[in-house]
Design a protein around this ligand. Structure first.
Ligand code: PEP
Ligand code: MN
Length: 361
């Protein structure tokens, strides 16, 4: 950290700053220029905060010179991390598709959704059993029964599941139900207690960007998870709030490029919650993959007009298959491969509910 003193700051003010730095256990380097004095703090500057200095007499401003995040920063970990989800690599040269309905509704809906996403070649299945709804009167999700329906439908095709955890009290249930990837939604990106708890478990986490979060805040949220010991983190750009009202959110494609430079963690994008309309999903998906996304999280419903949640943005099974075809070409154009190894037309009949995932994971 560097502390810039005001032009008229004297030795007493400089000494007070020095004392505060030393009290935090860091060394001090003082540079006296003709105009003003600069004080450098030497050591682990994460122990310091500009607030510790900005209120002291004679201080003009203070600033960090290294990033406040460390474990997730590419600065400290040059090579890109590849996170394995039941043997499926997130990061690296492949692009993975995670698809499924916004919310788990019924067994019939989930089986049809699983058949559709498997037929298109998705690598993992999504579905919300606990839904963060704006209105307390809206459908809140099927809860634990929903987790079971998701696992059972996905197991018919050997697909790992991704589902949102909203409440730390449900974490043990998620582990007991063998949720393969825990999703932390946009509204909980800065729920620090929740982040600390998922940081303690050995389950991959998709951390969605808070809809009004800066990239730095988002990476600090990821740092919370990593600091607990769980380094299996995937960042998901899902659109941010801006002045624009023509669509739900703005897919921040720039953030994908920035994250690739700032962090070694895999980055995926959710074009469904960004645009909020099914017809935008294809264009946004292509843009995200072209910008370097390692995967996509897309909403697919067997019958979108009947969806209990986010009906407007869900792709039909046929639209999903068409999207996968288009993405294959985009991925190839940017030197990647869309991973469709798990593509299947028929449900995996040999797989009995619950045990296939356990075998493959
Ligand atoms: C979701 O993926 O179902 C969801 C609610 O997403 P977000 O947190 O991005 O709104
Ligand atoms: Mn949704």
């Amino acid at each position: 950290m560097i502390i810039v003193m005001q032009p008229d700051a004297g030795d007493t003010e400089v000494a007070a700053v020095e004392a505060r730095i030393r009290a935090a256990g860091l060394g001090v380097h003082i540079s006296r220029g003709t105009e003003r004095t600069l004080i450098g703090a030497i050591g682990d500057e994460r122990k310091l905060d500009p607030e510790m200095f900005d209120t002291l007499p004679g201080v003009e401003r203070s600033m960090h010179i290294v990033k406040p995040y460390k474990l997730v920063a590419r600065e400290w970990h040059r090579s890109s991390s590849v996170i394995s989800v039941c043997g499926i690599p997130l990061g690296g040269t492949t692009v993975q598709m995670i698809a499924g309905p916004c919310s788990v509704e019924t067994e019939t809906q989930m089986n049809a959704a699983a058949d559709a996403v498997a037929a298109g070649g998705a690598s993992m299945m999504r579905g919300g059993a606990f839904k963060p709804r704006t209105s307390p009167y809206a459908f809140q999700g099927k809860g634990v029964d929903g987790l079971k329906l998701l696992k059972d439908a996905a197991a018919r095709h050997g697909l790992p599941v991704v589902t949102e955890l909203m409440d730390v009290r449900m974490l043990d249930t998620f582990l007991a139900q063998q949720v393969d990837v825990i999703q932390i939604g946009t509204r909980n990106m800065q729920n620090f207690d929740l982040l600390k708890e998922v940081g303690r478990v050995d389950v991959p986490v998709i951390l969605k960007r808070g809809m009004s979060a800066t990239i730095s805040e988002w990476l600090m949220a990821a740092e919370y998870i990593a600091a607990g010991g769980n380094h299996r983190i995937v960042l998901c750009e899902r659109g941010i709030r801006t002045f624009e009202t023509a669509y739900r959110n703005v897919l921040d494609v720039t953030a994908i490029a920035v994250l690739k430079r700032e962090t070694h963690l895999p980055v995926i994008a959710d074009p469904s919650h960004a645009g909020g309309k099914a017809w935008m999903v294809s264009a946004l998906s292509c843009a995200a993959v072209a910008a370097g996304a390692d995967g996509l999280l897309v909403e697919v419903h067997p019958n979108p007009p009947e969806a209990w949640c986010d009906a407007d943005q869900a792709l039909t099974p046929a639209e999903f298959v068409a999207l996968m075809g288009r993405l294959e070409a985009v991925a190839q154009a940017v030197g990647r491969t869309l991973d469709r190894r798990r593509q299947s037309v028929e449900p995996a009949r040999h797989a009995t509910v619950g045990n296939l995932i356990r075998e493959t994971c």
